[in-house]
Ligand binder design. Structure first.
Ligand code: PAP
Length: 333
């Protein structure tokens, strides 16, 4: 006789049972749609979040105290967050970790999401008031997918620097579709592509609408170029050395002539490349504390890969919305 099997434990990112009453009460007042992975998405301050994520969003808005020396990496989901986390970490912490022994760099044994945690998806989801003062030495490096309107007040009030990364919406959508298929509970199959695209176009995707997210930070980068550094995945792919040096200047840690002579820029780029990171044991086998496999963050790592999935009609639909939404902004993809 077959013994009854224990129910398969859901990964943490799909669990909704630990939400506080405060979060439940708040969520119950928000517009709701069916989610891509978790049951529901909720519209808060104009953008869509999963139920679990809402808990971290509310806690970090309430409790996060930014310091002037903090560096905040803000990205639209699937725009190359993992890559930029690795680059920022190796750039900013290079005195401490990179030099003189690259054989022992933390990126070789830790996933970039562990070294540069998300505020609302890790730190403030795991604990409502995490101790960030003793655990992180300045300059502290954190990341978030939050739109500009939802950033904690202390970020707006401080002099901390924001690095914003986004990516062509067609590649962003395709990457998101693949990623959410990997995260869906077993047995639910893949997300129907047309349905996912329809939702993405209406803005109903994690931290969507994509275009409003990008425009918020684009406009802010024009108003406050000394505070917000705006970069696209495609630009970083095309001229990585040039943009890494710009980033170093922006963050107040330019490369010294001796570092240039030693090839530090190229070393950082090689260490953070798709090739290197995706082939490390830690990224092939490990999992985040929230349950996502590290390998899910490394798929193809190329620009223009949407051509392998989207029909001409789908691509045109995304192009048309992009043109309409970005019209007059000066921003192009
Ligand atoms: P997140 O926003 O959920 O943290 P994120 O890292 O932005 O995820 O998205 C992963 C994408 O970045 C994947 O793109 P793809 O699906 O089009 O392949 C992933 O392959 C790509 N990526 C990860 N690491 C690198 C890297 N080192 N260089 C270039 N692209 C990378």
């Amino acid at each position: 006789m077959a013994l009854p099997q224990p129910p398969t434990a859901l990964p943490q990112y799909l669990q909704e049972s630990e939400l506080s009453q405060e979060t439940r009460d708040m969520i119950s007042t928000l517009p709701r749609e069916k989610g891509w992975v978790a049951n529901h998405l909720h519209q808060y301050q104009g953008f869509w979040h999963s139920s679990r994520q809402m808990q971290g969003v509310l806690a970090c808005q309430k409790h996060f105290q930014a310091q002037d020396s903090d560096i905040l990496l803000v990205t639209t989901p699937k725009s190359g967050t993992t890559w930029l986390k690795a680059i920022l970490f190796s750039l900013v912490k290079r005195g401490e970790h990179y030099h003189p022994d690259p054989q022992h760099h933390p990126l070789l044994t830790k996933n970039p999401h562990v070294l540069v945690p998300f505020l609302e998806l890790n730190l403030y989801l795991e604990k409502p008031v995490p101790d960030l003062m003793t655990s992180y030495a300045p300059p502290r490096l954190f990341s978030t997918h939050l739109p500009l309107v939802s950033l904690p007040e202390s970020v707006k009030d401080s002099a901390c620097k924001v690095v914003y990364l986004c990516r062509n919406p067609k590649d962003t959508f395709v990457s998101l579709w693949h990623f959410t298929n990997r995260l869906r509970p077993e047995g639910r199959g893949t997300n129907p592509l047309e349905e996912a695209l329809e939702k993405f176009c209406r803005g109903v995707s994690l931290y969507g609408p994509f275009w409003d997210h990008v425009l918020g930070y684009w406009n802010e980068s024009l108003k406050r170029p000394e505070r917000v550094f705006f970069i696209k995945y495609e630009e970083m792919k095309e001229r990585p050395g040039f943009h890494l040096r710009r980033l170093a200047e922006f963050l107040g840690c330019p490369f010294f002539p001796e570092e240039e002579a030693q090839g530090v820029v190229d070393n950082i780029l090689r260490l953070c490349s798709f090739e290197t990171l995706s082939n490390l044991d830690v990224n092939k086998n490990g999992k985040l504390s929230s349950g996502e496999e590290h390998s899910a963050f490394f798929r193809r790592g190329e620009a223009g890969e949407w051509r392998n999935l989207l029909t001409a009609k789908m691509a045109e639909q995304l192009d048309r919305i992009t043109e309409e939404k970005l019209q007059g902004s000066g921003l192009k993809f």
